[in-house]
Design a protein around this ligand. Structure first.
Ligand SMILES: *Cc1c(COP(=O)(O)O)cnc(C)c1O
Length: 358
């Protein structure tokens, strides 16, 4: 990113962008185009609303956390009626709930889902839900894959996903500023019919420009250069191995968490983030500060009604096994500092037992 910029209308950039576009298809497991936008992930979510729908179209959304709620918030701003399925935080929506909603609301244009609900750490069975939607309706399956792309198995083509978004700062491991949208042929047809207003995020323009490895507006050149490198690393490791690594790290970390006597928040936890109940009566501020200032470890707190009640540990992207050992060692220290009695090494040993290959 610190290298001198190439000019974005110069052949050198087109060469770079061509490679990036090709490798993005691999990451999404699709033969379709993946559009690159200059925005954070939410911009790509908005693009999935304005490009696929018309005013008066009804959609189904799943509100089981902050990000699932966002699909509904965006849609309502554009006059799109929303059938919102409420799911308790930490739980994943079951395919049968989607089926019921489809049966109760025939003619629904699209179902908007969150694969990995970062605010609660719950992962959804996307493959099963996508199959249900396609079996029982003509609705598009649109997915917020912002913390699942590059962490969870996600096969855009094979699972019949119609639109999937992610952002550069999550599984793609580079700074924030780029967002991505993969679109099926069915979604592209819907895009031609959609009448909601759009300009900067008009994916028709982005798709047309992408044909010649170009962008309609000035791209974030330095981020595209960084992405090129990140995608090369991902290709070298391979998506199967990336998914496997995330699963391994998540299970290793969770063994450590449970050995410490802590409880996981979700019974369907994502491989990108582990949500944990804060021990009863412990101050989140005190715990967070003990982790950060004394151990240099940054974790996230809860959101919404779970602020101060849960904490979340990331293992998305550039993480390895010793990071899991280190974070559990830091948890032991911070917990002890906050008055929670732990036998030193108990959590670490459990992580090591899970992750060490004999
Ligand atoms: C981070 C995140 C978003 C929001 O992305 P921004 O880049 O902050 O706009 C949306 N959905 C999920 C699941 C996320 O983790």
């Amino acid at each position: 990113m610190a290298a001198p910029l190439v000019h974005h209308r110069h052949p050198e950039f087109r060469e770079l962008f061509a490679r990036v576009q090709e490798n993005l298809r691999y990451v999404f497991q699709t033969s379709e185009r993946v559009v690159t936008l200059v925005s954070s992930g939410t911009g790509a979510m908005e693009a999935c609303i304005v490009n696929l729908l018309s005013a008066g179209d009804t959609i189904i959304t799943v509100n089981g956390g902050k990000f699932g709620a966002r699909w509904g918030e965006i849609a309502r701003q554009y006059g799109v009626p929303v059938v919102e399925l409420k799911v308790p935080w930490g739980e994943a929506v079951q395919p049968v709930r989607i089926l019921e909603a489809l049966q109760n609301h025939p003619g629904v244009k699209a179902v908007y889902l969150t694969h990995s609900e970062t605010s609660t750490g719950a992962a959804t069975d996307l493959q099963a839900i996508s199959a249900t939607v396609h079996e029982h309706s003509d609705a598009l399956v649109c997915v917020d894959g912002i913390t699942s792309v590059g962490a969870h198995e996600l096969r855009f083509d094979a699972w019949g996903i119609d639109a999937c978004v992610t952002g550069s700062q999550k599984g793609l491991m580079i700074p924030p500023g780029l967002a991505f949208v993969a679109l099926s042929q069915k979604a592209r047809a819907a895009m031609e019919r959609a009448t909601l207003p759009r300009f900067y995020f008009d994916l028709r323009r982005a798709l047309a420009a992408a044909e010649t490895n170009d962008t309609p507006w000035t791209p974030a050149i330095a981020l595209v250069a960084a992405l090129d490198l990140a995608l090369a690393h991902m290709k070298e490791e391979g998506m199967d191995r990336i998914w496997e690594r995330h699963k391994r790290l998540a299970l290793g970390l969770r063994a450590g968490i449970e050995a410490l006597g802590l409880r996981l928040f979700s019974d369907s936890p994502s491989y990108a983030v582990t949500p944990v109940w804060l021990p009863e009566g412990m101050s989140w501020k005190h715990f967070q500060s003990a982790l950060k200032t004394e151990n240099g470890v940054t974790i996230a707190g809860g959101q919404g009604e779970f602020t101060g009640r849960i904490f979340r540990i990331a293992h998305l992207g550039y993480f390895d096994e010793l990071d899991m050992v280190a974070v559990v060692a830091a948890l032991e220290r911070a917990l002890a500092r906050c008055g929670y009695v732990v036998e030193p090494g108990r959590g670490v040993a459990a992580v090591q037992r899970t992750l060490m290959v004999p």
